[in-house]
Design a protein around this ligand. Structure first.
Ligand SMILES: Nc1ncnc2c1ncn2[C@@H]1O[C@H](COP(=O)(O)OP(=O)(O)OP(=O)(O)O)[C@@H](O)[C@H]1O
Length: 252
């Protein structure tokens, strides 16, 4: 089996007395789409913040291709191919869709802005994502589903090695989800990208992901294939069909 490209071991994050993450270990390998699910407040976004370098963990470490990157900045990680989308989308609303992709490449490469290569690559990625009709539209004017696809396209604008997708299917239509699944699968299977995907649409996760990790109250509750996770009684009780709960608090 291929070894992990991105690995987080023993991660702990506290917000005052709230343990958002407690001794969480998770890995993602090149070529796989791994799902990360769990109730509201389980710690999924906090874990993404740790993996993308936005938040330094209180305990544990993150390695990328065998190198300890726990103290590396988000900029370093993005430039080395660790890309992320956000639950609350973060497009440059006053730029066109194409320019969103060009700017991302300019910034990550450090080359002269707007090079022809970056424009051509932007056009190709937008075509691949089924967004060619939106090239000249202003990103801020797009409906949620299209904006999510553009955010994904921007993460792909120069080839990623790891994709961290935070609720990419939220607010999308069935057709957009179908396209999203095709693009994500292509990135994993053809481009050998390691994909970790947070999503509340469990049907989408179960269909797309070869492996699923379940977080609950800041801990890994279960891990396995979609079928294994779906039939796990603890997962059923904590998440599948259960009401949201608050994260564990030590009263401190
Ligand atoms: N900046 C913060 N300050 C204080 N508490 C926080 C902060 N960010 C997250 N938390 C708390 O940490 C816990 C984990 O939150 P997180 O957003 O990571 O969960 P999540 O699984 O992503 O939830 P959701 O599915 O609703 O997005 C929650 O109890 C949350 O209230």
């Amino acid at each position: 089996m291929t070894s992990a490209l991105l690995h987080a071991g023993g991660i702990g994050v506290r917000f005052g007395g709230v343990h958002a993450l407690r001794d969480v270990t998770i890995s993602v390998r090149p070529g796989e789409v791994c799902g990360l699910i769990g109730p509201n407040g389980a710690g999924k976004t906090t874990l993404f913040d740790v993996l993308s370098g936005i938040r330094r963990p209180d305990g544990g470490s993150v390695t990328f291709a065998g190198e300890d990157i726990t103290r590396r900045s988000p900029v370093w990680r993005a430039r080395h191919g660790i890309r992320r989308t956000f639950q609350r989308q973060q497009l440059f609303g006053q730029l066109t869709v194409a320019d969103n992709l060009v700017v991302a490449q300019d910034w990550r490469s450090g080359l002269r802005p707007g090079t022809r290569r970056h424009r051509e690559r932007a056009d190709a990625v937008l075509r691949e994502c089924g967004l060619d009709a939106l090239t000249g539209s202003y990103a801020g004017a797009l409906p949620v589903g299209q904006a999510r696809m553009v955010e994904l396209a921007r993460a792909l604008a120069d080839p990623p090695r790891v994709l961290l997708l935070d609720e990419p299917a939220s607010g999308t239509t069935a057709e957009e989800r179908r396209r999203l699944a095709v693009v994500v699968r292509h990135m994993a299977e053809e481009e050998n990208c390691a994909v970790l995907l947070v999503e509340h649409n469990v049907g989408f996760v179960m269909e797309l992901c070869s492996r699923v990790v379940v977080l609950d109250l800041g801990r890994v509750l279960a891990e396995g294939t979609a079928a294994e996770v779906r039939s796990d009684p603890a997962v059923r009780e904590a998440y599948l069909g259960a009401a949201p709960r608050a994260a564990e608090c030590d009263g401190g």
